[in-house]
Each structure stands twice: as structure tokens, then as C-alpha cells.
Write a protein that binds this ligand. Sequence first.
Ligand code: SAM
Length: 318
Amino acid sequence: MGRIVHKSEKNTIGPADFCRMFACEMQDLPEQVISGSKHVNTTYHDADWPEMEKYILSVLQQISVPYIVRSRDENLEAFEKGWRENLEALFCDGISMESLKPKYFRTSKFLRYNKKLIVTENLNLEFDLFTLARYLIFTKYLSSYEDIYELGCGSCQNLLLLTELFPAKRLYGLDWTKASAEIAKVLADKLGRHIEGAVFDMMNPDSDFTIKHGSAIITIHALEQIGVAHDKLLSFLMRAKPGIVVHYEPIVEFYDENNLLDQLALVYSQKRNYLSGFYTELCRLQEMNKVEIIAAFRPCLGGIVHEASLMVWRPKGQ
Ligand SMILES: C[S@@+](CC[C@H](N)C(=O)[O-])C[C@H]1O[C@@H](n2cnc3c(N)ncnc32)[C@H](O)[C@@H]1O
């Protein structure tokens, strides 16, 4: 019989948990993760059944709204509008993580963690942990690359974090919205850093767009948007000959369909036509000795309805 969990049993998520989740040693953790986990309120308890019921109902309600399915044009319009709001915030409130925080990060007391549902009083815990995870991922995988391209850079919040970590690196933000390129330009002008923006469609990559050989390419919650239409992008990435490609994206192959929370995330991903088959294709390319997969795992950290996994790889034979 399972142990009875009392709500009063408070847990926290600290540096040791980040090491476990992202397979790294304590000495490899960046200072931002160590100090960040002290300052962020990460206190939580495991959901009890009434809380679980409430959560399941809210996810099912979210899945059943008709506008969960968007056409390509509706999707582009929604992102263009959203990033333009961030652009305006940049002018009104100045350059900050808060100005560039995407509005789709909603407050919630629920979060997925360690394949369980947890309940927290920090309603911004998803975003707070996402920020710490990005410090860790960027430091671990991108430190040695001078040119970093982000595909689907959105509000450029990741570029802002990258330029804070690595002021001397050259950063490139690509997205299909014009607003994203405009934000990149404002960041470059105001911060005096090498940050370039360009309009770029991941589903139909412009073969004339050149990426410097040996650079780093990242995607964060962006590849998820292209569903099953990843073949052209993968060919583009192979031809670009990057030194490393880092994805922090929901990977459906990593969910367990016999687990209630995972099954909910799977249904949500299917309804939204989110990324599917990309990891399977990378594995096939690895078997053919065309790519090397450096890391591919699910940290089991956040978000509210689904979760990002880490995939790091490079094309072979450069
Ligand atoms: C959920 S947002 C993530 C933004 C950013 N990576 C972040 O972490 O804040 C998804 C991004 O993918 C972009 N996107 C969606 N479909 C795209 C496509 N076909 N080509 C390029 N960008 C696309 C959207 O405009 C949006 O900026």
C-alpha cells in the first residue's frame, strides 16, 4: 500500500534536484541555478485526490475548447500579435525578462514534477524553474560556441538570457513573425550586443539563409509548433553543419501512455498538433551513422499541461 502523504509535508526543488534532472554534477551547476534556487519559492506538496480531480477537469476543459486547434495563418497571427505586445512593453517598461515574458505563461498552483502532480503557493513556479533550467542548459551546452542561432525565438527572452550569460557571443534570433526580428534589433541597439533577427519559416526553411558552420542552434518550445512537418527543417539543419543542436521541446516519444498525467499530456499534444516523430527520425539518422545524439532525456520538470525534454545532437562527418 502506498504511503499516506500529508499536505503539511512540504518539499522543495534545489540544486541537487537540478543535477539529477539534467544529469550533471554539482560543480557544473551555474551560479544562477544555485542562487536562484535559494531565492525562488520552490515549496510544494504532492497533489491529493481532490486537487488531482480539479487539475484533470481543468486540463480536459482546456483540451475541449474549439480554438485549441489553429490554422497556420491563425497561429502566425496569434504569435505576431503576442510578440508585438512584448515589443511595446520593451519600449514602455525597458529591457527586462519581465517585458519579454510570453503572456502564455499563466499563473497556476499546479505543476508536473517527477511524473507527479505537485501543488505550490508560488503561482509563477513554472516560469521560475524554466528560467533556472535554461541557465543550466545554456551553460552546459553552449559555452564553447561563439555563434548561437535560436529558431522560433519569439519574444527573444532566451536571447536576452543568453546575452546576459555570454555578452561577447554573436546571437541570431529567427522566427516567422516580423515582431521577433524587430525585438532582436531593439535588444542589439539598446544593449550594444551582436544580436541579429531574421524572418524564417521552420516549416519551409529558406535554403539561401546561411548558418555559420560549427555554430550552435537551439530551439525552445518552438519545434513543438511544427507538428509532423519537420522533414525540411531536419534537412536544413543537416546541411547547415552546426557544431551542436539543442532542443528543449516536448517529445511525445518520452511520455508513458500508461501514466495518467502523461496520457493527458499526449492528448493535449495531439489536439494541438504538436511535434511528433522528430526524435524517432533522429534515432533513425543515428542508426544510419548520419547524426550523433549527445543527450536525449526527459528531466520531468514542469510545465502545467505538458513538459519539455532535452535533445542534443550534431550531424556527423564534418
Ligand atoms: C511557444 S513560442 C516559443 C518562443 C521562444 N522560443 C521562447 O522560448 O520563448 C513558439 C515560437 O515558434 C514560432 N513559430 C511557430 N511556427 C513557426 C514556423 N513555422 N517558423 C518559425 N517560427 C515559428 C512562433 O512565432 C513562436 O515565436
